[in-house]
Design a protein around this ligand. Structure first.
Ligand code: DP6
Length: 327
């Protein structure tokens, strides 16, 4: 048994979002979603199963975090049960970005853990099986397994709820620039937020619109129709936050700095610089632009006092094994 393995996985940004679960345990989402893997938001994880370890140890960015650690241990249990092994594990994870601020560390984190853990446990899983396994750790992680532009299929069972690649990373050279406006951790995690989705009076309407949006988003990406794609991504992000704001209790993630960026994106567009925004469960703003406009957008963002730093991302491959172990 090859008992130690390392994987690197990207985070991803959803253009049609996953929000709400129809099965909390299996993490089956209420709706399908579409995303792009991000080249510069990466998690590297090394997992070792060893008969000499008497307990699981989980270190995330040099910290032994009990809450995240327990979620990781539950995932190790899924891997152990598939591989029919009982060995305890050592897991060391390194992110190249701040965790739990809405930058989707759970997507890259659970995708890397799934691939490294499965390999270290001696499992030889297909991309589909890896995506199904990653989904149970964190929903959005299933989309960080396949390459490039990705769809999470809207299945009703565990076997049919997984992500597939729609196009490789080289298909379309768009850019996602994350404008970090605060490093404050989220007060309510996505996992707890998902459970509140149905408390919004607008959630049913959102689900009703999802199928048509999925079709349109796939078509716009296929056609590389940046304007139509951007308009739809932006309205989807606002709709997600409309659900947040109208949930009980309400979820207010946007800060004054985030709002200023939303206004500016619209203003820059009116002035002829074609940018759109999207948002996740957090305060940071993702600015979408075409490669030809990247420099100008970066320059403009860096001049703003609201922006602490930026993270520029291109479309990327999904999770990959690496031979550079973290320990
Ligand atoms: C707004 O995948 O973080 O980013 O399944 O509980 O881990 P869990 O939730 P998570 O939710 C992501 C929510 C989102 C939208 C998206 O990425 O599709």
């Amino acid at each position: 048994m090859r008992n130690k393995a390392t994987a690197i996985a990207p985070s991803n940004i959803a253009f049609i979002k996953y929000w709400g679960v129809k099965d909390e345990i299996l993490r089956l989402p209420k709706n399908g979603s579409i995303s792009m893997n991000l080249s510069n938001l990466l998690t590297t994880t090394t997992v070792e199963f060893n008969p000499d370890f008497y307990q699981d140890t989980v270190t995330i960015d040099t910290v032994i975090d009990i809450v995240s650690g327990n979620r990781v241990i539950k995932h190790l249990d899924r891997i152990r049960s598939l591989a029919k092994i009982k060995y305890k594990a050592k897991v060391v994870t390194v992110n190249n970005f701040p965790t739990s601020t809405g930058l989707s560390s759970s997507a890259s984190g659970f995708a890397a853990l799934t691939l490294a853990g499965a390999r270290a446990a001696g499992l030889d899983l297909s991309e589909k099986e890896l995506s199904i396994l990653a989904r149970q750790g964190s929903g959005s992680a299933c989309r960080s397994i396949p390459d490039g532009f990705v769809e999470w299929l809207d299945g009703d069972t565990s076997e049919t709820s997984y992500a597939v690649s729609l196009h490789p990373k080289s298909y379309w050279d768009i850019v996602d620039i994350v404008a970090v406006v605060s490093k404050t951790k989220k007060e309510i995690s996505s996992t707890d937020g998902h459970k509140l989705a149905t408390t919004s009076p607008f959630f049913e309407k959102r689900l009703e619109l999802n199928k048509e949006k999925m079709i349109l988003m796939k078509q716009y990406i296929k056609d590389k129709n940046f304007s139509a794609f951007g308009e739809l991504a932006e309205s989807e992000a606002l709709e997600l936050h409309a659900i947040y704001l109208t949930s009980h209790p309400s979820l207010i993630y946007l800060l004054p700095a985030s709002l200023r960026l939303l206004h500016l994106a619209k203003k820059w567009r009116q002035e002829g610089l074609e940018v759109y925004f999207t948002l996740n469960t957090g305060q940071d703003v993702h600015i979408l632009c075409q490669k030809k406009d990247e420099k100008e957008v970066v320059q403009k963002l860096l001049k703003l006092k609201e922006v602490q730093n930026i993270i520029t991302n291109y479309p990327s491959d999904g999770a990959k094994l690496s031979n550079k172990h973290v320990f």
